[in-house]
Structure formats: structure tokens, C-alpha cells
Ligand binder design. Structure first.
Ligand code: MF3
Ligand code: CO
Ligand code: CO
Length: 267
């Protein structure tokens, strides 16, 4: 992962291809979301992702992902339940009434020999009936994502996005995770720049039409502190409180943000 370098400006042709992969990525995430209910395992949700990618001739940028030589990620989906923030590894865990789960899914197109384009998107949903506090966390995190996206306007500064996200989440008294950030996306899943979900406004590079970022707030009911489990991937809240996560791949245009992974009004 190389951050802090030049931010790519995508050409019209490249944007067309990113629209395509964005739409397909969102379509698959919605299919997975539709299957999440009590009794289903996170491993079964991963299988749905595997089949959906295969059917469309796409690959997973998650499977085998190993930045800096860490343990390769073993699935196509990140399924993070309750106090898990991100990078929950799918397996035999069954979903129960009252759980919340973040489903984070990515896809990459294959264009003959040349490297394809990436889509990356996540939702957090309630399984059955959840506590009002869990519901509020999910709604606020979704709203924080939308507030960040609204700032993706040419001429604004990079840190205006994170400032908007943080302001919205903290208004409700929640903790904004610092340890993981959003990112540029294109030929690589993670491209420059890093896009933190916090910070002071008016800093960093100016936003320009043709930039594409994955915006992904992670918000905890309690402290923003993170702990990583022994599997070396699963990130959980240090204080055991619930966490929510939403993500969209978003293009900056002359007319403002264009969400490339939006399919329905609800995500
Ligand atoms: N989709 C994650 C992100 O939003 C990255 C997942 S990497 C994996 O940046 F290896 F855990 F899949
Ligand atoms: Co993601
Ligand atoms: Co991402």
C-alpha cells in the first residue's frame, strides 16, 4: 500500500470502466446482504460472494491480499459481527437475532492481460430485532458516510471529508476509528491518498474531478480504540462495544460526487 503519493486523475474511459465495476460490486453486496438472516453462517455469505464473482467473470481483490507480507486474507468477504469493526474472517459463525454485521465486499475486473479496475463497498445491517442503541449506531454511521460524500466537490480539501464524517459521528457521542482509513481506488484496491474519517478542515490536497476514493467510516458506540485478534485480521473494539462500518466508491465530478457503488436508495 503506497499512500502519500500523487493522486490519480481517471480519464473518461477509465471512469466508464470504474462505473461498470462499481455497479457490479454493489449488485453482489446487495445479493449477499439479502441472504444475511438468523441461522446463516458468515462462511455461507462468503460462498455467495465467490459464486457471484465467478458468474460475472470477476476476481476478488480481498482473497490472498497480504500487504507487507502479513498472513494472506483467506476470503472474498469481510464479515464483522457486533464488536468486530472490520476484516472479520468468514467461517462457521452463525448469525443470531439481535446481531449487527458489517459486510465489506470488493471486486476487480479482468481485461485480458491488463490489470482491471476495483470496486469496494460495505454496509452494516441488523439481524432481526436489535437494541435501539445499535439501530442508532447504524443510522448515524450511514449518515456520517453521506456527510463525507457530500464534501467530495472540486476545490474542497481532502481533510474536509474526514472533518464532516467525524463531526456527524461525534454529534451522537460515538467514537470514530483512527486506525483504519478510506483510500484512493482504481487499478489498485488501495491507492493514494489515505482518506481519514477525522481531522481538521481545510488541509491536504485540493479535490479534483476524476479522483476516485473509497470513503469508509468505522464508528464505535464507545472508545475508538482498536484491538486485532490472533488471526491477525479481525479488528475489534478495545472496550467491547458495538461497531458499524459503511463504504462507497465515489468519483469526484465537476458537478460533485458520483457514487459508483450505489444501487438502491437504502445504500
Ligand atoms: N475492503 C477493505 C477496505 O475497505 C479491505 C479489505 S482487505 C482484506 O479497505 F484483505 F481484508 F480483504
Ligand atoms: Co472495503
Ligand atoms: Co476500502
Amino acid at each position: 500500500m503506497s499512500f502519500g503519493e500523487k493522486i490519480a486523475i481517471k480519464s473518461r474511459r477509465e471512469i466508464e470502466q470504474m462505473r461498470e465495476i462499481g455497479e457490479l460490486t454493489a449488485e453482489i453486496l446487495l445479493e449477499i446482504r439479502g441472504c444475511a438472516r438468523p441461522g446463516v453462517t458468515t462462511g455461507e455469505l462468503d460462498e455467495i460472494g465467490v459464486d457471484a464473482l465467478k458468474k460475472r467473470g470477476l476476481k476478488s481483490p480481498f482473497l490472498g491480499y497480504a500487504p507487507g507480507g502479513v498472513v494472506p486474507y483467506p476470503a472474498v468477504l469481510c464479515a464483522s459481527v457486533n464488536d468486530e469493526i472490520v476484516h472479520g474472517i468468514p467461517g462457521p459463525r452463525e448469525l443470531h437475532d439481535g446481531d449487527i454485521i458489517s459486510l465489506d465486499f470488493g471486486a476487480v475486473s479482468i481485461n485480458g492481460e491488463s490489470r482491471g479496475w476495483h470496486g469496494d463497498t460495505a454496509v452494516t445491517i441488523a439481524i432481526g430485532e436489535v437494541d435501539p442503541e445499535a439501530k442508532r449506531l447504524i443510522e448515524t454511521t450511514h449518515d456520517a458516510l453521506e456527510k463525507g460524500i457530500e464534501r467530495m466537490v472540486p476545490g474542497d480539501r481532502l481533510s474536509d471529508i474526514g472533518f464532516a464524517v467525524q463531526t456527524r459521528a461525534e454529534k451522537d457521542g460515538f467514537g470514530v476509528v483512527r486506525q483504519f482509513v478510506g483510500h484512493g481506488i482504481g487499478r489498485e484496491m488501495h491507492e493514494p491518498p489515505q482518506v481519514p474519517n477525522y481531522g481538521r478542515p481545510g488541509r491536504g490536497p485540493r479535490l479534483r474531478a476524476g479522483m476516485v476514493f473509497a470513503i469508509e467510516p468505522m464508528v464505535n458506540i464507545g472508545s475508538e480504540k482498536v484491538r486485532v485478534l490472533e488471526d491477525e485480521w479481525t479488528a475489534v473494539t478495545a472496550d467491547g462495544t458495538l461497531s458499524a462500518h459503511f463504504e462507497h466508491t465515489v468519483l469526484i465530478t465537476d458537478h460533485g460526487p458520483e457514487v459508483l457503488t450505489r444501487i438502491t436508495g437504502s445504500h
